[in-house]
Design a protein around this ligand. Structure first.
Ligand SMILES: [Zn+2]
Length: 160
């Protein structure tokens, strides 16, 4: 029964969209840090698991990091890869930690059509953990980008 379901799921995946694999970075792709579902569940809190591994979104204004403006580096909460610098953080008013720039190469992008329209999804390039989305309504004086990131996906490391 399990196998049948799996075959069904796989055939769905391939019949929907030939670029499905490219658009679903968390499916099947190998990352430098790769763990089983059980291992991630064991390591992460419920909220972190929901965001990072199930591409969930935390409630706005629920993260302590939303209003954090200390100097430092935001790391991936799952694999500790540095993802964002504090000097690229700004107050977007959305209730999620927002950055105008990522640490290049450490963040990877995909497409998410969960809400019925296409959004640029972003995830950790090292472990594939979902971080949030990037939009084009960021600060015009810098990059114009707004990386809307779940605080649950981040671990803040203050600079000494
Ligand atoms: Zn990671």
């Amino acid at each position: 029964m399990k196998n049948l379901l799996l075959i069904f799921a796989i055939s769905l995946l391939f019949s929907c969209n030939s670029s499905a694999q490219k658009n679903s970075p968390q499916l099947e792709k190998e990352y430098p840090v790769s763990k089983t579902d059980a291992e991630w569940k064991n390591q992460l809190t419920k909220k972190q698991y929901y965001v990072l591994r199930e591409a969930g979104t935390e409630r706005p204004f629920s993260s302590e990091l939303n209003k954090n403006y200390e100097k430092g580096i935001y790391h991936c909460a799952a694999c500790d890869t540095p993802l964002f610098l504090s000097n690229h953080k700004f107050d977007s008013g959305t209730g999620w930690p927002s950055f105008d720039k990522e640490i290049e190469g450490n963040v990877a992008f995909g497409t998410d059509t969960k809400l019925g329209y296409s959004r640029d999804e972003e995830h950790c390039a090292t472990c594939g953990g979902h971080l949030g989305h990037v939009f084009n309504d960021g600060p015009k004086e810098t990059t114009g980008k707004r990386h809307c990131i779940n605080g649950a996906a981040l671990k803040f490391v203050p600079s000494k």
